[in-house]
Ligand binder design. Structure first.
Ligand SMILES: [Fe+2]
Length: 200
């Protein structure tokens, strides 16, 4: 895979968190941990690669308090360094329905950039890694990993509903069920402190 070493990914995340401090960095670390735990049980996923991709999935946040622009910034940043598989996750992790209209945030980018993401989503064939981060992004609060339903409400309270929200939730539940079949247990059995974070 075209991804950095884990130490480099962690350094990139630390640098980005220093440039734009915020809860997104702790969220990223918990996404990485959840992805590693699920990948350890999965026949097609490599745990260290999963951890690296989790560290970097929101790396575009280093550019400041942007909205959907962060996925484009992250993609360009990582692609420019040759890390195309990590760049890809920046784009795909928000789109379980593979439809640009399902985004919760605002498109604070140019029309050309929006068209680039729309075109990418229309052509991409999702891999287990794309699915893994669609799931793990929906499992990780800045305080830790939690029940999917809790994170769903957290996001809707901040961004509101749109016409795609219910289908997006259903698609995320379907990804969870698929992973649970593939790993042979509940994802919640693997996530550290999930009960404390959910009910805390
Ligand atoms: Fe995220």
């Amino acid at each position: 895979m075209k991804i950095p070493a884990l130490s480099e990914a962690e350094a990139l995340l630390d640098e980005a968190a220093a440039l734009n401090p915020g809860p997104w960095a702790a969220h990223s670390r918990y996404v990485a941990e959840a992805a590693r735990q699920i990948a350890q049980r999965h026949p097609e996923l490599e745990p260290e690669a999963a951890c690296i991709l989790g560290c970097l999935h929101d790396i575009g946040r280093r550019e400041g308090w942007t909205d959907m622009r962060h996925i484009i910034d992250g993609c360009h940043l990582l692609a420019a360094q040759g890390y195309e598989d990590a760049a890809r996750i920046c784009l795909t992790h928000s789109f379980p329905l593979q439809d640009i209209r399902e985004a919760f945030g605002k498109w604070d980018c140019t029309q050309k950039e929006y068209d680039f993401v729309a075109d990418y989503l229309s052509r991409v064939q999702y891999t287990p890694y794309d699915r893994l981060f669609q799931l793990c992004d929906a499992l990780a609060l800045p305080a830790g990993c939690c029940l999917l339903e809790k994170r769903f409400i957290d996001v809707v309270l901040r961004h509101g509903f749109n016409d795609f929200t219910l289908d997006k939730w259903r698609a995320t539940f379907a990804i969870k069920e698929q992973f649970e079949q593939e790993i042979g247990c509940s994802i919640y059995d693997l996530l550290p402190n999930v009960v404390e974070t959910t009910f805390g």
